[in-house]
Design a protein around this ligand. Structure first.
Ligand code: AMP
Length: 447
C-alpha cells in the first residue's frame, strides 16, 4: 500500500517523498484514512512505529482543506505530550511533514520562559504541541483559546498519566469544545487509559499495531549479571571490547546520571547527560550533539526517555533497571526503530531483583542472562520465573561456570570480542503479577 492510496493530498505526498518515506507503516496504514474521514481514533502504538506521521499527516490535510483561518490566540489543533523533549521532537516532525505548506505551528512546555511562547500564540497557531502543565498556565493567562479547536491529539497518553498530569488534563478538557475530533495514542492500555478514552472519544476507530507491552521484534534483549560496584567498569569494557558506536544509557536518578557522566569523561569517552536538573537549553544541546554524532554516549534518566528519536541507534543500555516497569518498554523503544535491529542490554545487580521481576511480568518474558568474563558477579541474581517471581535465593556465591545460577558464561560460548548472536526473547504465557511486583506509580512530574 502506498501513501497515495490513503487519500493524502499531492503536496503532502511530495513532502514524504523528500523525506524518503516509501511506504506507510502499519499504524499509518490504519490511522490516516479514518482521521481524514473525521473519526475519533484510539491507537495502541509504541514509539518507533511511525505514530507521529500517522496523526500529523491527516491532521495537516484537514487543517489545509477545512475550517476557518486561525484568529488571535486561538489553536486549531492541539497535540498534548508528556515531556519537553517529546514536545520538541513532535514539533520538529510536524515541521518536516508540513514542509513549505502555509500553516503556523508552535511548541510550548515548562522549564523555559513563558513570554516567547505567549508571543508565538498571539497571531494564533494551527498546530500547537504542548505539555499539559504549561498549556494550563498559558490558558490561565489568557494566552491561548480553544474555541477554534478542530482536533485534539493525546500522544503517549499513558505516560501523561504516569507522570501525574491527570488533574491538568481534566482542567484542560473541561474548557475545550466538545465538538471536535479526538485522537488518543498510547503505548499501553491500562485501566486509567481506557477510562480516559471512554470519556474523551466518541465511537472511535480502534487500532492496535503492537502486542501489549512487547518491544519491537527487531530488539534483542538480554541482561548481564554484574555486581553493583562493577557496573561502570563493565560498561566501559563493553564499549571498547564490542566496539559499540553510539549508545544511549539509562540510569535511575539524576545523581546517578551525573556520576556516570563524570566517570565516562574521566575515561576519555565523549559523553553527555540529560536529566531533570539540567536546564532546557542544556538538555536540547546534549540531545542535538548526540544526534549529530558529536558525543558517543548519552546518559539519560527516564523523564528524558520519551522524547528521544535517534535514527538507527543500535544499542540501548540499562545501567540501572527502572523503578517503574513500563519505563523499560519506553527505554528499549529507543533502539530497533522503524524496522532496524537493535540491542537492549541491562546491567543487573542482585539488589534489582524486584525491578527485574516486575519487568518480566509486564513483558511476559524471562530475559535471557549472561555473564561477562572478568565481571562474574559475586552477588548472584536469583533466578526468576514468570508468575512466581524469584524461585530461589542464592546460598553462596558460585565460581564462574556455564551452569552457575542458570546463566550462560559468555566466555564459554563466544569469543570475548564478539557479540553474542542471540535472540534473547523467550516467550512464555503471561501469568498474574503478584501484587508486590506490580509496577509502582511514578511520582516524578516534570516541571
Ligand atoms: P515515531 O514512531 O513517530 O516516533 O517515528 C519513528 C521514526 O520512524 C522517525 O524517525 C520517523 O521519521 C520514521 N518514520 C515514520 N514513518 C516512516 C515511514 N513511513 N517510512 C520511513 N520512516 C518513517
Amino acid at each position: 500500500m502506498s501513501f497515495a492510496h490513503l487519500g493524502l493530498m499531492p503536496a503532502l505526498l511530495a513532502n514524504l517523498q523528500q523525506l524518503g518515506y516509501q511506504q506507510p507503516t502499519a499504524v499509518q496504514q490504519q490511522a490516516i484514512a479514518p482521521v481524514l474521514a473525521g473519526k475519533d481514533v484510539l491507537a495502541a502504538a509504541q514509539t518507533g512505529t511511525g505514530k507521529t506521521a500517522a496523526f500529523t499527516l491527516p491532521v495537516l490535510q484537514l487543517l489545509l482543506t477545512q475550517g476557518e483561518k486561525v484568529t488571535s490566540n486561538c489553536v486549531r489543533t492541539l497535540v498534548l505530550v508528556p515531556t519537553r523533549e517529546l514536545a520538541e521532537q513532535v514539533h520538529e516532525s510536524i515541521r518536516h511533514y508540513l514542509g513549505e505548506l502555509p500553516l503556523r505551528t508552535a511548541v510550548a512546555y515548562g522549564g523555559v520562559s513563558i513570554n516567547p511562547q505567549m508571543m508565538n500564540l498571539r497571531r494564533g497557531v494551527d498546530v500547537l504541541v504542548a505539555t499539559p502543565g504549561r498549556l494550563l498556565d498559558l490558558y490561565q493567562q489568557n494566552a491561548v483559546r480553544f474555541h477554534q479547536m478542530q482536533v485534539l491529539v493525546l500522544d503517549e497518553a499513558d505516560r501523561m498519566l504516569d507522570l501525574g498530569f491527570a488533574e491538568e488534563l481534566n482542567a484542560l478538557f473541561s474548557v475545550m469544545p466538545r465538538e471536535r475530533q479526538t485522537l488518543l495514542f498510547s503505548a499501553t492500555f491500562s485501566g486509567p487509559i481506557r477510562t480516559l478514552a471512554g470519556k474523551l472519544l466518541i465511537d472511535p476507530v480502534r487500532i492496535d499495531v503492537t502486542p501489549k507491552h512487547s518491544a519491537a521484534e527487531t530488539v534483542k534483549q538480554y541482561l548481564l549479571v554484574v555486581d553493583k560496584k562493577d557496573k561502570t567498569e563493565l560498561f566501559l569494557h563493553l564499549l571498547s571490547s564490542r566496539q559499540w558506536g553510539q549508545v544511549l544509557v539509562f540510569v535511575r536518578t539524576r545523581k546517578g546520571a551525573e556520576s556516570l557522566h563524570k566517570k565516562l569523561i574521566a575515561a576519555q569517552v565523549t559523553a553527555d547527560a540529560i536529566h531533570g536538573d539540567k536546564t532546557q537549553p542544556a538538555r536540547l544541546r546534549a540531545l542535538q550533539d548526540f544526534k549529530k554524532g558529536r558525543v558517543q554516549v548519552l546518559v539519560a534518566t527516564d523523564v528524558a526517555a520519551r522524547g528521544l528519536d535517534i535514527e538507527q541507534l543500535p544499542h540501548v543500555v540499562n545501567f540501572d533497571l527502572p523503578n517503574v516497569a513500563q519505563d523499560y518498554v519506553h527505554r528499549i523503544g529507543r533502539t530497533g526503530r522503524a524496522g532496524l535491529s537493535g540491542e537492549a542490554i541491562s546491567l543487573v545487580s542482585a539488589d534489582e531483583l524486584d525491578e527485574l521481576i516486575a519487568i518480566e511480568e509486564l513483558m511476559g518474558i524471562n530475559l535471557q542472562r549472561f555473564d561477562e568474563p572478568d565481571f562474574y558477579a559475586e552477588h548472584r541474581l536469583p533466578e526468576t520465573m514468570l508468575g512466581l517471581g524469584s524461585i530461589k535465593k542464592p546460598k553462596k556465591p558460585k565460581k564462574s561456570k556455564a551452569s552457575a545460577g542458570g546463566n550462560i558464561h559468555l566466555g564459554d560460548e563466544f569469543p570475548v570480542n564478539s557479540k553474542p548472536q542471540i535472540v534473547a526473547i523467550r516467550p512464555a504465557p503471561r501469568l498474574a503479577v503478584p501484587s508486590r511486583h506490580k509496577p509502582k506509580p511514578s511520582n516524578a512530574k516534570p516541571r
